[in-house]
Write a protein of this length. Structure first.
Length: 388
């Protein structure tokens, strides 16, 4: 019989700290992977929820919930979509992922300009970071980011974290060289830093950027894999323009997880309902005709020509949201006291984190104090947004 004598065991890649440590008295200490629920600080990392819509070509809008699409300098607009994965998506499919956030590049005929860029932005709420268990002021306390990525162009791509409170700091790194049209899982462990500030409030905690391309206006000669004071627009090291100048190139993300600790655990899959409920803190859609909603709320007549719709949100929103009410010919139907009224648009919106009051005056006629109900027609819906 043979005896193997070691002091510790770690993985071949040189993870932060030893997986197993043995003391001279025979005591064995093992680093246990945290498989508890609620460990993923990213909401909608599996790209399931698309309350805003499943496709957009508009800059600075949310394609999928919590994920903002931003670009500039394009000759032809890019298309951001919720893409359905299939069994041919080797890697994420077998891990239970069924959607990705997909970018279809346009034809950028004028080449890569200095101010041209495409990025996907996610913001983690400050109090979620402050209360996560990560000691962001300690270099020996870690966050670990993991995600699946695919590009039609073989190259590496920059990713960056930024803080917002106090002095702004950036932590930039690259995905490593990707093979074209091949899903790759990337894992990155990020230490804290004594200079970081994160307030325990409902503001910006950490900004996370995925960058298919950034021109030299937005990049610089930065020191990667360490926190540095954000200087101007330098959120990434200078990068190749191959993806940008390749007609109809693509870029996809899914399975984005950010967790406390130096080890990446398996993705925390959550049910559609659970993920939707988390998203509704930031975006809430009601009265959406596209999902066959009929009567969805009550109406109270404040005056003869003033009907108020009271909307109670399914959960408190992050802050008092802004409201976008669809308008168009006969978009809404108000039914009260045996009468049917068809207002085209809302006259005003008043909101609080828990509820909203929407005022209709167009084509409305009733008796003050009467009640009724409202239903959407055509493609009408009400969208309330309290995003960061």
């Amino acid at each position: 019989m043979s005896t193997l004598k070691v002091n510790s065991i770690s993985d071949a890649a040189g993870a932060n700290g030893n997986a197993i440590t043995l003391a001279t008295d025979g005591t064995c200490t093992a680093k246990v992977t945290n498989n508890l629920s609620n460990r993923n600080l990213i909401i909608n990392g599996a790209m399931q929820i698309a309350q805003y819509g499943t496709s957009t070509t508009t800059n600075n809008t949310f394609c999928l919930d919590r994920w903002k699409c931003q670009f500039g300098g394009t000759d032809e607009a890019q298309t951001f979509t919720q893409h359905a994965l299939t069994s041919s998506d080797t890697g994420p499919w077998s891990k239970g992922f069924r959607h990705s956030l997909h970018i279809q590049n346009g034809n950028q005929t004028s080449g890569a300009g200095a101010s041209d860029y495409t990025q996907i932005r996610y913001i983690v709420e400050a109090q979620d970071i402050a209360n996560s268990g990560w000691d962001y002021t300690s270099a020996s306390s870690y966050l670990t980011l993991s995600f699946w990525i695919k590009s039609s162009v073989a190259q590496d791509f920059p990713v960056a974290f930024q803080t917002s409170d106090g002095t702004e700091y950036t932590y930039a790194f690259k995905t490593g060289s990707l093979s074209a049209d091949t899903w790759t899982k990337v894992t990155k462990t990020i230490p804290g830093n004594s200079n970081l500030t994160v307030n325990s409030d409902n503001g910006i905690g950490l900004l996370l950027y995925f960058n298919p391309f950034k021109g030299t206006t937005w990049t610089g000669s930065v020191t990667e894999d360490t926190w540095y004071v954000t200087s101007g627009n330098d959120a990434a090291d200078d990068m190749t323009s191959t993806w940008w100048t390749t007609d109809d190139s693509t870029y996809e993300l899914t399975g984005v997880q950010l967790e406390v600790g130096s080890t990446a655990t398996d993705y925390e899959h959550r049910s559609y309902g659970d993920e939707l409920f988390r998203c509704q803190r930031y975006c809430c859609v009601v009265g959406d005709r596209s999902v066959d909603v009929d009567i969805f709320s009550t109406v109270v007549f404040y005056g003869a020509n003033d009907a108020r719709v009271v909307v109670t949100f399914p959960r408190p929103m992050r802050a008092s949201p802004s409201g976008t009410i669809s308008s168009g010919t006969d978009f809404w139907a108000i039914l009260s006291a045996g009468s049917s009224m068809l207002p085209d648009s809302a006259a005003g919106v008043s909101t609080r984190p828990y509820h909203a009051s929407v005022q209709f005056t167009d084509a409305v006629s009733g008796t003050a104090g009467n009640c009724g109900v409202i239903e959407p027609r055509e493609t009408a819906r009400m969208l309330f947004e309290a995003e960061l």
